[in-house]
Write a protein that binds this ligand. Structure first.
Ligand SMILES: *Cc1c(COP(=O)(O)O)cnc(C)c1O
Length: 216
């Protein structure tokens, strides 16, 4: 078994143990890793992947998808409005919707392309100045605008807690936003904290380095 396949198997076991029978999806974060590193994960049956840059995903994934057409690709990095056309064409889930203007441009492009990737609202649970995401107190209104005004397919929420804090309160805050808005998908938890995220209600965890190794 390749090292990546072994890592993947170990992460799947840990997810299953933390989830205690509840379904939790693994988003394998393949950013910065080349196709040669991604193929062993595909060969091992992994089908959901996360990328943080539109251009990088556009360079890597069309060829991989030719062999694995059932791949589900998630955008987990910031999206600029000038990249919306490529993002809608390429991704199945856009996890980083965090402002009304982006929501409006996404909605227009989805109608034009007749392709409707599910959208998650990214919440800046720690209110960090440098971090993307809508402020927690503005999450409900943004969700309402995305649904009611733009008719975006809003499926859930996503967050990246502050690196230097206990993530559990941030995970619970995100789960509460999802629940009170009737949203199904809760994307939270990375290599260092995905088990805590699962115990706080994550439906999707985004794990990169624990599968593919450290990034350059
Ligand atoms: C890189 C990244 C991850 C994966 O982080 P690891 O610590 O390598 O598991 C998860 N989510 C987002 C948004 C990322 O950018």
């Amino acid at each position: 078994m390749s090292e990546i396949a072994a890592n993947l198997a170990a992460i799947r076991r840990r997810i299953a143990a933390a989830a205690a029978g509840r379904p939790v999806s693994l988003v394998a974060v393949s950013k910065t890793h080349e196709a040669a590193a991604i193929r062993p994960a595909l060969d091992a049956g992994q089908r959901i992947f996360g990328e943080n840059r539109v251009q990088e995903a556009k360079d890597k994934w069309p060829a991989l998808r030719a062999s694995f057409p059932d791949v589900e690709l998630h955008l987990i990095g910031p999206l600029q409005t000038n990249k919306v056309r490529d993002a809608v064409a390429l991704f199945d889930v856009i996890e980083t919707v965090d402002r009304p203007k982006l929501a409006r441009v996404l909605a227009e492009e989805m109608r034009r392309a007749n392709r409707f990737p599910r959208c998650l609202i990214q919440v800046n649970t720690g209110a960090e100045a440098q971090k993307a995401g809508i402020a927690p107190e503005l999450a409900d209104p943004l969700i309402a605008v995305c649904r009611d005004e733009f008719a975006l397919p809003v499926a859930g929420v996503m967050a990246i807690p502050p690196a230097d804090e206990d993530p559990a309160p941030h995970f619970r805050l995100l789960a509460a936003i999802a629940t009170r808005n009737g949203l199904e998908m809760i994307s939270m938890g990375m290599s260092g904290d995905f088990e805590i995220a699962i115990r706080c209600g994550a439906t999707h965890v985004r794990v990169g380095s624990a599968i593919f190794g450290h990034r350059a």
